[in-house]
Write a protein that binds this ligand. Structure first.
Ligand code: NIG
Length: 418
């Protein structure tokens, strides 16, 4: 039946396992789901399902929310195969490799760069990603960062300004931070919602990082931090102190880092954000720890302590970190498999981190009355119809059959994309 807004409805029946990742953490068998236009209209047992305009037989396949990839760097040209090979022969990763990509990116035309971003986003969508963040950070001058932001905004759902990715050659750090927080921030501002900083040895010090974050917050941007990737450091504490939505990488954490992250959620309505309870308002949100296992494997860093974070009450996200230096993959399924096989998460937890967790890190897990956008990252009535079917009877197959292409079909806002 056509819905109240006049949108055509679609029903998926014969779903082997429906993993909702909503506040009730439901896993339904013999389930059906109905969407009208871009919204989910009904979820439940197939026996009780209402009629719909069109019908899709899932043939016993598993259905879960589309992936929410909350950390990518898709705006780049060139590749870094030689650096990867050197790393596999024992060299360590260092932030300086970013400059190789900056040179290649600056040489690309707008059209070339736009095509590369579109192709990578399409690859992600074909693998089940239905909501995508991406960053600037390979331009590193005013005009190039603005160009990267503009190109990113044409494709990604959320764009992050990462002018503070590396101090480019020929600049003093102080002079560059003044540029990032001044003319560069103004130039990118129309295209971005978030700002990020690489707070790490070889990139930006905690003081420089704080200066960048504060200027960006004053400009109205939400904050994120690349922190504790290559060694212990102040990135996590900085992210919590500055009210960042996420701190990403989190490979080297002390107990006090984990306590600080857990403490950042203590006023979320007294409820657990990870369990999907709504917070009272935007001001009591804490900092999500975003784990990037594909990057950890490619850089041979210890995997982020996802199990300890969850056990301490810290909400986590899993993201691909697709970039040419440390993680050249858009595969969220690979991240989920690694999180189960190597990081001690259950399948349900890993899928939750790659869907609801990513949405929480992007402040998109709840509907937004200000901009009218629907909630993403979980399947519930009223949420955006972003879902995927696996060529498997359960989500467990993501880890049980690692490396297999299991994505069978994908809908984004109710529209088929695969
Ligand atoms: O998230 N850590 C900083 N940025 C990227 C890597 C960038 C690069 O090496 O090109 C990351 O891993």
């Amino acid at each position: 039946m056509t819905g109240p807004a006049g949108n055509a409805s679609t029903i998926l029946t014969n779903i082997g396992e429906l993993m909702t990742q909503d506040a009730e953490h439901r896993v339904l068998t013999d389930a059906a789901i109905v969407f009208e236009g871009e919204r989910i209209a009904w979820i439940g047992s197939a026996a009780d399902a209402p009629a719909a305009d069109s019908h899709y037989d899932a043939a016993g396949r598993a259905c879960l929310p589309g992936w929410v990839d909350s950390h990518t760097h898709l705006v780049f040209a060139g590749d870094r195969t030689a650096e990867f090979e050197a790393r596999m022969s024992g060299q360590s990763y260092a932030a300086g490799g970013i400059s190789v990509t900056v040179e290649a990116t600056r040489r690309a035309t707008d059209e070339e760069l736009g095509d590369l971003v579109t192709q990578r986003a399409a690859e992600a969508a074909a693998g089940g990603t239905t909501y995508l963040e991406t960053k600037t950070g390979y331009g590193l001058d005013v005009a190039e960062e603005a160009r990267s932001a503009r190109i990113a905004a044409a494709t990604a759902d959320e764009v992050t300004f990462l002018g503070a990715h590396l101090v480019p050659e020929g600049w003093s750090a102080d002079e560059y931070v003044r540029t990032v927080t001044g003319p560069m921030l103004s130039a990118v501002r129309p295209y971005v919602q978030w700002a990020d900083v690489f707070c790490e040895t070889g990139a930006f010090t905690p003081d420089q990082s704080r200066e960048v974050l504060r200027a960006c917050r004053l400009a109205g941007l939400g904050l994120r931090v690349h922190g504790n990737q290559l060694g212990p450091g102040e990135g996590v504490q900085l992210a919590v102190d500055e009210g960042a939505a996420s701190v990403d990488h989190v490979n080297y954490l002390t107990k006090s880092d984990i306590d600080a992250l857990a403490g950042s959620w203590s006023s979320w309505n007294g409820q657990s954000a990870w369990n999907g309870q709504l917070g009272q308002n935007a001001n009591n949100r804490g900092t999500v720890a975003t784990c990037l296992p594909a990057c950890d494997l490619s850089t041979r860093q210890p995997l982020a302590p996802a199990r300890e974070l969850l056990d301490a009450g810290v909400p986590i996200a899993l993201a691909s970190n697709c970039n040419p230096g440390t993680s050249y993959t858009t595969s969220m399924a690979f991240c989920v498999a690694t999180a189960v096989l190597q990081m001690g998460l259950t399948v349900h937890e890993a899928v939750r981190a790659a869907t609801y967790g990513g949405a929480l890190a992007l402040h998109r897990e709840q509907p937004n009355d200000d901009d009218g956008r629907l909630a993403v990252g979980s399947l519930a009535v009223g949420h955006r119809a972003d879902l995927q079917l696996l060529d498997a009877p359960s989500a467990t197959h993501l880890a049980y059959r690692p490396g297999m292409q299991l994505t069978h079909a994908v809908w984004r806002g109710g529209e088929p994309v695969r």
